[in-house]
Ligand binder design. Sequence first.
Ligand code: NAD
Length: 349
Amino acid sequence: MKGLSFMHIMNLEIDSLTTLAIPKSSHFMQSSNHYVLVIGASGQIGTELVTRLSEIHGSSNVISTDLRKPESSSDNPFEELDVLDKQRLSDIFRKYRVKEVYLLAAMLSATGEKNPMKAWDLNMNGLFNLLEAAREGQFQKLFWPSSIAVFGPSTPKLNTPQETVTEPSTVYGISKLAGERWCEYYHQKYNVDVRSIRYPGLIGWKSSPGGGTTDYAVHIFHEALEKGEYTSFLSENTYLPMMYMPDGIEATTRIMQADTASIKIRSSYNLSGMSFSPKEIASEVKKYLPDFSMKYAPDFRQAIADSWPSSIDDSAAQKDWGWKPQYDLAKMTEDMLLNLKKLRNEAVS
Ligand code: NAD
């Protein structure tokens, strides 16, 4: 041990512990002082992504930022940030020597239809601020999620291909499609390392959804346990592409850790998990809660859902960076109910 300081030995031990703490594939990069910034960290995806990134990089290396504080406490540093404030962004990049950014701040589909200009402003100018900062070399790698909302009524609905007609009819979808084109532009023109996936509707138990058209598939579990009934705002046979949150988080970290050369698409990759209707998820829930009943009262979100695909072809993501989902409807339902029941029991005791 001669020549090794106490701190050096401690660091070696911490490093080997951290390696053990990474349960996923060994190709995942691990490093110290690899500062990662999550913008919109207090939202549905951010809450879970920060946890996973902290397992990979260590919680002190993952900086959460948002307009509002996260609901649950964590060891991650938190900075209040409006993504539209360029100067504050630069200050944070400098303060933490940020290398990698996950931009999750956005206005989602249903809320966006109520505030079209605000949605356009946040979704586009937030992205421009990050693309410009990356072009100027303020950090090295950017993740920005697109959505199945880039597709529209004229897109083939079944097994929607990677490259197809994209004529979205919502302001959210228009902003995501424009965002995809700008991501590709910044990569081609300025070699910005930006990576993106078109998330389907994401379902998780750790956080609440933020105003999307697929939120019913989260609400149903909570209401089934609390009240034994749920009224769906989509009609019973509306099939949409969906994904369980652990798969969504795995896809996000996987594309960011993939070799640069394997990322062939710099607009956004199609991503598929499962496809089901409100009627199908209701009958799956009934297997665990036989008295559960479902009613249907479609509202303005039905028109948005009707404009989207039912299922997605993600063979490009599978081929380029080895994407493969783990959860289907049955496995997800079992896991959601198990975890939500546990949470409810903990709250009571
Ligand atoms: P969310 O609404 O739950 O979270 C967004 C977060 O951004 C919120 O915590 C909000 O406070 C924060 N925010 C809003 N304005 C901000 C600003 N000006 N500056 C900083 N933070 C701000 O959204 P989510 O479901 O976590 O979605 C994250 C990303 O993934 C979005 O780009 C969304 O379009 C995309 N996406 C989500 C889904 C889904 O099913 N959740 C599906 C497709 C795509």
